[in-house]
Design a binder for this molecule. Structure first.
Ligand code: SF4
Length: 509
C-alpha cells in the first residue's frame, strides 16, 4: 500500500496512486450508472448556452448553491461578540455542527456553541425539557456570564416559545433568575444569516434595556457602532477601533468578535475572550446615536434603537474611498471630533496607489457575489477604480438592495453594462458567466468551483473563506483595508496577465 505509518501521504498525492485510481475507476464503472463520457460532455456543453440559461432562470423550486447561510449562524456570530457569552442553539444538533464548522473553518479557531440537541421526542412533545436541562448544563459546565439562545428550523416548525421556556427554566433554577438569557427566534426558512444577526442583536439589547429592568434613557455623548456579520471582523473591528481611537471618539462596539475569533496560542484555552462588556451593553441605551456598518444586517435593530430615542445611521460595509469618507464624516458630525491629518494622509496614500495601478484596473470586468452590504461596497469600490461590475448577485438581497445596487451602477459610466441579480444562486451565476463572461469573479471560497468550471479567476474577499488561510486577519475596512483589497485584485490581474503571456512575460508591470 502507498500509505503506511512510516510514510503518511496527504490525500492530494495519495489519491494519485494506482490503487486509488483503479478504485475510483471501478466505482465509476460499477456504481454510478452514468451515461457515457461523450454524453456527459455533450450535456455539459449545452449547459453553457443561452438556451440553457433561459431554462435555468425559469427555475422556481430548486435552489442550487445559494450564497447565503442560516439565520442561527448569524445569531451565534452576533452573540459571540459579547463578554463571556455562550451562544446556545435550541434545536437539532446537525444544524449546530454546521454553524460551528462554518465559523471554525473560516476563522481557524475553536468556536464554542452549545446545542440542546432536540430529537424525535422533542419534535412531538416540544423542546422544553431540552432547554431546561441544556441551560442547567451550559451554566454549570461552561460558567458563562450570559447565554444567548437562538433556534433552528425544527424548534420553529413545532412552535417552541423561547420566552416562556426560558421563564420556566429559570423557575426550575436551571440558571439564576437574574442571569442574562437573551433570545431570538431564528427560523431559517425565512431570511438568512444577516437576518439572524439582526434578530439576535435586537434580542440582546431588548434583554438589557427592557427585560432585565426597564431602563430610562439618560442621553450622553457616546456613540454605538454595530459592525454586522463580517468574515473579516477580526481585523476590521480592530481597524475600526484604531480610527475611532485616533479621532478620540467615545464609543461602544456592539458585538466585537475580534478577540474570540483570534485567540493566541500561549498554552491557555480561552472559551471566552474579549467582546462588548455586559455593563457597556446595558449603558448603550444612553448613547447619542447608533451607527450600523451594515444596513442589511440591522434593519430591526436600528428601528428598535430609533424608537428608544437615539439617532441612527447605517452604511453598506465602508470600504474604498467614498464609503470610508462618508463613514468618517458621519462620525465627525455626530461627535464633533475632527478627522485627524494622519487619517487624511492614509486616504491620500490609497488614492495614490489606485492612480499608480490605473492602467491595469481600467475597464476590467468583474462579477461579484455575496451578502447585500458586501456586494454594494465592492461594487462602489470597483466603480471608483474604473473597473466594470458586470454581474452583481445577492441570494439574500431584498427589493431595497436591488434598487440600491441598480442606482449605484447608474451613478457611474463604468456601471453602464452592470446587471443586478437578486435572489439568484451560484448555479444561475454559472449560466451568467458562460453567456456573458467577466474577467474576474469576486466572492467567497464557494466561487472556486465556478473558477474551475468557467475558467474565470476568483478573488476571495468575503465570508466564508475555507480554502485559504488568515485572510480575515487583515482588514478590508477603511482606507487601509481598501489598499489590501486593491492589492488582492491587482495580484490576480498580474498573475492572469503573466499566465497568458509568452511574448510580453515582463519583469515590470
Ligand atoms: S436551514 Fe434550518 S434545518 Fe437546515 S441547517 Fe439551517 S437551521 Fe438547520
Amino acid at each position: 500500500m502507498p500509505q503506511s505509518a512510516d510514510k503518511v501521504k496527504d490525500h492530494i498525492s495519495l489519491f494519485q496512486e494506482p490503487e486509488y485510481k483503479e478504485l475510483f475507476a471501478n466505482k465509476k464503472a460499477q456504481f454510478e450508472c452514468r451515461p457515457s463520457d461523450e454524453k456527459v460532455a455533450e450535456q455539459a456543453e449545452y449547459t453553457k448556452t443561452w438556451e440553457y440559461r433561459e431554462k435555468n432562470f425559469k427555475r422556481e423550486i430548486a435552489v442550487i448553491n445559494p450564497a447565503k447561510a442560516c439565520q442561527p449562524l448569524g445569531a451565534v456570530f452576533a452573540a459571540a461578540g459579547f463578554e463571556g457569552t455562550l451562544p446556545y442553539v435550541h434545536g437539532s444538533q446537525g444544524c449546530v455542527a454546521y454553524f460551528r464548522s462554518h465559523l471554525a473553518r473560516h476563522f481557524k479557531e475553536a468556536v464554542p456553541i452549545v446545542a440542546d440537541s432536540m430529537t424525535e421526542d422533542a419534535a412531538v412533545f416540544g423542546g422544553l425539557n431540552n432547554l431546561v436541562e441544556g441551560l442547567l448544563n451550559s451554566y454549570t459546565l461552561y460558567k458563562p456570564k450570559m447565554i444567548a439562545v437562538s433556534t433552528t428550523c425544527m424548534a420553529e416548525v413545532i412552535g417552541d416559545d423561547l420566552s416562556a421556556f426560558i421563564g420556566t427554566a429559570k423557575e426550575k433554577e436551571s440558571v439564576p433568575a437574574d442571569f442574562p438569557v437573551p433570545f431570538a427566534h431564528t427560523p431559517s426558512f425565512v431570511g438568512s444569516h444577516t437576518t439572524g444577526y439582526d434578530n439576535m442583536m435586537k434580542g440582546i439589547l431588548n434583554y438589557f434595556w427592557e427585560r432585565e429592568s426597564v431602563k430610562e434613557r439618560t442621553p450622553n455623548a457616546k456613540i454605538n457602532i454595530i459592525p454586522g456579520f463580517d468574515g473579516y471582523a477580526v481585523a476590521n473591528n480592530r481597524e475600526l477601533k484604531r480610527y475611532l481611537d485616533t479621532m478620540g471618539v467615545d464609543y461602544t462596539l456592539l458585538s466585537d468578535v475580534s478577540d474570540i475569533y483570534d485567540t493566541p496560542s500561549d498554552g491557555e484555552y480561552r472559551m471566552y475572550d474579549g467582546g462588548t462588556t455586559l455593563d457597556d451593553t446595558r449603558a448603550a441605551i444612553n448613547a447619542k446615536a447608533t451607527v450600523s456598518l451594515q444596513e442589511f444586517c440591522t434593519p430591526k435593530t436600528l428601528e428598535y434603537i430609533g424608537d428608544k430615542g437615539q439617532e441612527t445611521a447605517s452604511f453598506n460595509y465602508p470600504m474604498g474611498i467614498g464609503a470610508t469618507d462618508a463613514f468618517l464624516m458621519k462620525i465627525a458630525e455626530l461627535t464633533g471630533k475632527e478627522i485627524p491629518a494622519s487619517i487624511e494622509k492614509e486616504r491620500g496614500r490609497l488614492v495614490d496607489a489606485i492612480t499608480d495601478s490605473q492602467a491595469w484596473l481600467h475597464g476590467k470586468k468583474f462579477a461579484i457575489f455575496g451578502d447585500p452590504d458586501f456586494t454594494l461596497a465592492m461594487t462602489a469600490f470597483l466603480l471608483e477604480m474604473g473597473c466594470e461590475p458586470t454581474h452583481v448577485l445577492c441570494t439574500n438581497g431584498s427589493a431595497e438592495w436591488d434598487a440600491k445596487a441598480k442606482a449605484l451602477l447608474a451613478s457611474s459610466p463604468f456601471g453602464a453594462e452592470g446587471q443586478v441579480w437578486r435572489g439568484k444562486d451560484l448555479w444561475h451565476l454559472r449560466s451568467l458567466l458562460f453567456t456573458e463572461p467577466a474577467d474576474f469573479l469576486i466572492g467567497s471560497s464557494y466561487g472556486k468551483y465556478l473558477e474551475k468550471d468557467v475558467g474565470i479567476p476568483l478573488i476571495r474577499l468575503t465570508f466564508p473563506i475555507f480554502d485559504r488561510h488568515h485572510h480575515h486577519r487583515f482588514p478590508t475596512f477603511g482606507y487601509q483595508g481598501a489598499l489590501r483589497v486593491l492589492v488582492e485584485i491587482l495580484d490576480r490581474i498580474f498573475e492572469t496577465a503573466d499566465a497568458a503571456s509568452d511574448i510580453s512575460y515582463d519583469l515590470t508591470r
